[in-house]
Ligand binder design. Structure first.
Ligand code: CA
Ligand code: CA
Length: 318
């Protein structure tokens, strides 16, 4: 009796679960990732021109004053869970190159300077620039998600972080829990387990700090840069690169962030976008306001690609 019942129950149970999933497929998929609208696969018309100006990082501010900016409206990230953001409504972008290095300037209003992400529910301000990794055509017939790229259509993302910028300038190149809580009590100050008997644990990086042992840039002191070089092929695929090539410099004053990110036009990393003067590609932006709890998918974004034109250098026109 029992033998006959069990397979039947299992079969009916499977049918019930299959029907439930089928009926809820739309609801479930919408909750995780919504369908891309046609508009998102049509880049805007107005390009950002990256002008040729023979200047360097020390004179970048002066160079940026000579170029026209592109103002980009941003909105909350509403497509993939966990979503949110939208407190930043506009980002102003400028660009120039000197034949060797490409520089981008990003400016936006943010009343709060959030440059620490140490405690629970403490988040940093940040800004991201995204480029298709390859030369692409973007249209409704040849779609390319302006959000995080697509499977088979990778993007290169440059992510400037306010806390990494601060850590470039603090002693030891890293902020610790003690910097947020100067009077904190550490169990290790009164450790009942003598170091002598627990030498392996005390001296083992993998035991004491998995992040450092795993080579995570986030865990490293003196990382020497405030921008992380990343790749993605859609939501949930963001990956830090083994070869970091992008640098940045950000300042906050009077309720505004002013960030410069720069990189050689050409790198030897196959995971990097390559910029050749005279070429045309696309870019997109995202911005995070730590004060509003922005992190990861909770951010202000632009939902359309922007054309990017790299001006030819003078000798190319001869
Ligand atoms: Ca902020
Ligand atoms: Ca790289």
């Amino acid at each position: 009796m029992l033998k006959g019942l069990l397979p039947k129950s299992a079969f009916l149970g499977s049918v019930f679960i299959a029907l439930f999933l089928l009926c809820n497929d739309k609801v479930l998929s919408q909750g995780v990732e919504k369908e891309v609208s046609v508009e998102e696969n049509i880049p805007t018309k107005e390009p950002l021109t990256v002008k040729y100006i023979p200047s360097d990082i020390n004179n970048a501010e002066k160079a940026f004053e000579q170029v026209t900016s592109l103002k980009i409206e941003t909105q909350m990230q509403d497509r993939a869970f966990p979503n949110g953001g939208g407190s930043v409504e506009m980002l102003e972008v400028r660009g120039f190159h000197n034949g060797e290095t490409i520089f981008f300037n990003l400016r936006w209003d943010d009343a709060t300077k959030n440059e620490r992400a140490i405690t629970h529910a403490q988040f940093r301000d940040a800004v991201g620039l995204m480029f298709p990794l390859d030369i692409v055509t973007i249209s409704p017939e040849t779609p390319f998600s302006p959000r995080m790229g697509d499977r088979g259509k990778p993007v290169n993302i440059w992510h400037w972080k306010a806390d990494w910028e601060k850590e470039l300038h603090v002693a030891g190149g890293y902020e610790h829990m003690e910097d947020e809580y100067p009077d904190m009590f550490s169990d290790f100050d009164f450790n009942p387990n003598p170091i002598y008997f627990h030498k392996e644990a005390y001296e083992s990086v993998p035991f004491m700090s998995g992040g450092i042992a795993g080579g995570s840039l986030l865990s490293q002191a003196n990382r020497g840069r405030s921008v992380e070089d990343l790749n993605a092929v859609g939501f949930g695929t963001l990956t830090s690169q083994a070869h970091q090539d992008v640098k940045g410099k950000g300042t906050w004053s009077d309720g505004k962030w002013n960030v410069v990110v720069y990189r050689p036009l050409i790198t030897s990393d196959k995971n990097d976008v390559q910029f050749i003067p005279g070429m045309r590609t696309f870019f997109n932006v995202a911005v995070w306001n730590g004060h509003e709890g922005d992190r990861n998918g909770q951010k202000s974004i632009s939902i359309r690609w922007r054309p990017l034109e790299i001006e030819r250098v003078e000798y190319q026109n001869d």
